[in-house]
Design a protein around this ligand. Structure first.
Ligand SMILES: Nc1ncnc2c1ncn2[C@@H]1O[C@H](COP(=O)(O)OP(=O)(O)OP(=O)(O)O)[C@@H](O)[C@H]1O
Length: 367
């Protein structure tokens, strides 16, 4: 049975509009409805301050559409990327499928940079590894999939929106790498209320609807943690491998173990573990202090049977340059810290090209 837009609108006639006037079916706050076989997705446009209170309505809309015969999957997202009612065109997030021309992803390797918990320096590591790979004359993209706290706009000092023809989004190029972040597309408060499926929809769109062109490697800065969203993401993107970032503290290592277990569960090869904030380098005298102890990640990597890729010292310069939107590998490539990232990037690339983890295909096409 073929689903039509009218079938979906009939179901939505029973759901009230966000402003209480009439039904959702007639509301200007509803986006175009994408129907792809039995999968239906659309967005309800709102403002960040109202997003939380509309969660019940969003769930009701999902339930109503789910009850339509022939519907197998429903995704309703709350978006706040433009003033409500301004346009009925597809919003940047939450539609996929029939109407959107899908860009083929022509990427040799997609790698995930992940961590078991937040705040360990995953995004900083992802950005600098991406830049270091580009320094090896590779064509590199960086996808900021950390929808709960996108860092790429800050790390690269970018405030403008990417160009789009309404269907395909152009990545922003900085320091020779192509960048895309959910932070370019939506208000940062919006993602905070997203649940797993919405996160997936946003990430899928950033993979498929962005004109990445031909790349040697696409580095994906994953959301922190090991929940369902990360798991699905790992499954959906056909990763060549994952890099786990950890700090030396025990607790972070326990989280890193979960990260390794998660990727193993979905059969994604672990390229190795990076120990970040490994030791403190005094900017005045150069003395090294192992604040959190040292070698924990290396020992843990060995226990887990995964490679240890290297350590990045805790250094004010790394943070200062990240906050200034000028990552250290881009602007101080000869510094000790930049060299540490480069050495890790070398190991990653060698392992990718050697097919470490058995699953690496020469070319990955996401349809
Ligand atoms: N090696 C380092 N030396 C000094 N500061 C660092 C280092 N690595 C990261 N930082 C700083 O630590 C903070 C957290 O880093 P980052 O945002 O990369 O972490 P994250 O794990 O991606 O966090 P989140 O989970 O919140 O996204 C940032 O201010 C960053 O500049």
């Amino acid at each position: 049975m073929t689903l039509s837009r009218d079938d979906i609108l009939r179901a939505l006639a029973a759901v009230p509009a966000p402003d209480g006037r009439g039904s959702l079916a007639d509301s200007p706050q509803i986006s175009e409805i994408a129907i792809n076989d039995g999968r239906v997705s659309f967005a309800i446009q709102t403002t960040p301050d109202k997003a939380k209170s509309l969660e019940t309505l969003r769930a009701a809309a999902e339930a109503a559409v789910k009850s339509v015969p022939g519907v197998t999957d429903v995704l309703v997202a709350l978006t706040a990327d433009r003033p409500a009612g301004a346009s009925k065109a597809s919003p940047q997030v939450a539609t996929s499928g029939a109407e959107i021309r899908q860009a083929k992803l022509d990427v040799r390797h997609i790698i995930a940079i992940a961590s078991g918990k937040g705040g360990v320096g995953k995004s900083t590591t992802a950005a600098n590894i991406a830049l270091a790979l580009a320094g090896k004359n590779l064509r590199v993209g960086l996808l900021d999939a950390d929808v709960y706290g996108p860092s790429v706009p800050i790390l690269f000092g970018l405030t403008h929106k990417p160009e789009s023809d309404g269907k395909i989004i152009q990545p922003i190029t900085a320091y020779g790498i192509k960048l895309m972040s959910i932070g370019f597309l939506i208000d940062s408060n919006t993602a905070m209320v997203w649940r797993g499926p919405m996160v997936m929809s946003a990430i899928t769109q950033m993979l498929k609807d962005v004109d990445w062109g031909s790349l040697d490697v696409l580095v994906v800065d994953m959301p922190p943690g090991t929940g369902d969203a990360q798991l699905t993401m790992a499954q959906q993107t056909r990763l060549s491998g994952a890099v786990i970032v950890s700090t030396p503290q025990d607790i972070a290592l326990a989280d890193a173990r979960r990260g390794v277990a998660m990727f193993r569960k979905v059969d994604v090869p672990i390229l190795g573990v990076v120990e970040n904030m490994s030791y403190f380098c005094c900017p005045n005298c150069g003395t090294r202090t192992d604040i959190f102890g040292h070698g924990g990640a290396e020992a843990e990597a060995e226990r887990l049977g995964v490679a240890f890729l290297g350590e990045i010292p805790l250094h004010a310069r790394v943070r200062e340059l990240s906050d200034a939107g000028t990552p250290i590998v881009a602007v101080e490539p000869e510094s000790e810290h930049a060299k540490a990232y480069s050495a890790i990037a070398d190991m990653i690339w060698t392992r990718l090209e050697a097919g470490t983890g058995q699953r690496a295909a020469p070319k990955i096409i996401v349809n």
